[in-house]
Design a protein around this ligand. Structure first.
Ligand SMILES: NC(=O)c1ccc[n+]([C@@H]2O[C@H](COP(=O)([O-])OP(=O)(O)OC[C@H]3O[C@@H](n4cnc5c(N)ncnc54)[C@H](OP(=O)(O)O)[C@@H]3O)[C@@H](O)[C@H]2O)c1
Length: 189
């Protein structure tokens, strides 16, 4: 809270269902904020989601956090929390765009009254043709966007909103105002 300069957090998410080994106390002083590494890879570590969830519930009880949630959890991992929790997850933030539709996950969360947030709603820019390709270069999306006189970015965001999914898109601020940016009407997003 001190680092964030806040009295409380509106929504606090567990970033991912997989764990990494923590740094030693000494290493933490130099490399705080990242997991322990070996051979350039974070060292995996198993943990029980329930234990972490209990800690988040305690944070709510202490008034530090209003709502708690998950990120990158699949349906079975969410169900595991639901089976044990005192406070239900408020939200799950996962990758969702036309190449990763997540319909099953979205339905499951609707049934359980848990909101879903899409990250990478605009797709992964560097996606190769073998993995569906860049959505901004997709002919069908271009055709639909032209039909409705919107940009592809607007189309992709509206698609998620119409499915009842929250979006958190971002742009580098410097690029939003630069006149050299030739990409389609991005400031409207
Ligand atoms: N929970 C997780 O595991 C997780 C993972 C990833 C992200 N997130 C969160 O999700 C949020 C959104 O991040 P994101 O990475 O998913 O970003 P995003 O909003 O899906 O997309 C950002 C990318 O789209 C480009 N872009 C934005 N508007 C555009 C436009 N109109 N035309 C063309 N390109 C456009 C940006 O380009 P420029 O860079 O050139 O502006 C950037 O490369 C962040 O808060 C992030 O922390 C969460």
């Amino acid at each position: 809270m001190d680092r964030l300069g806040l009295d409380y957090i509106d929504l606090y998410l567990i970033h991912c269902p997989w764990g990494h080994q923590a740094l030693s106390e000494d290493e933490e002083k130099n490399f705080g904020g990242r997991p322990a590494y070996k051979d350039d890879c974070p060292i995996p570590n198993s943990f029980d989601h329930r234990e972490m969830w209990k800690a988040l519930e305690d944070a709510v009880d202490a008034g530090l956090v209003k709502e708690i949630g998950l990120s990158n959890f699949d349906n079975s991992q969410v169900q595991y929390i639901l089976d044990q929790c005192r406070i239900k997850p408020f939200n799950n933030q996962v990758e969702i765009h036309p190449w990763i539709d997540q319909s099953e996950l979205v339905d499951f969360h609707k049934q359980n009254d848990i909101s879903v947030t899409s990250f990478m709603s605009l797709g992964r820019a560097g996606r190769s043709a073998a993995h569906g390709g860049n959505l901004f270069e997709n002919e069908l999306l271009d055709k639909i966007a032209k039909k409705y006189k919107v940009t592809i970015a607007q189309l992709l965001l509206k698609y998620q909103l119409q499915r009842g999914i929250i979006i958190v898109p971002k742009r580098k601020l410097v690029q939003m105002s630069t006149p050299k940016d030739t990409r389609e009407n991005s400031s409207q997003v």
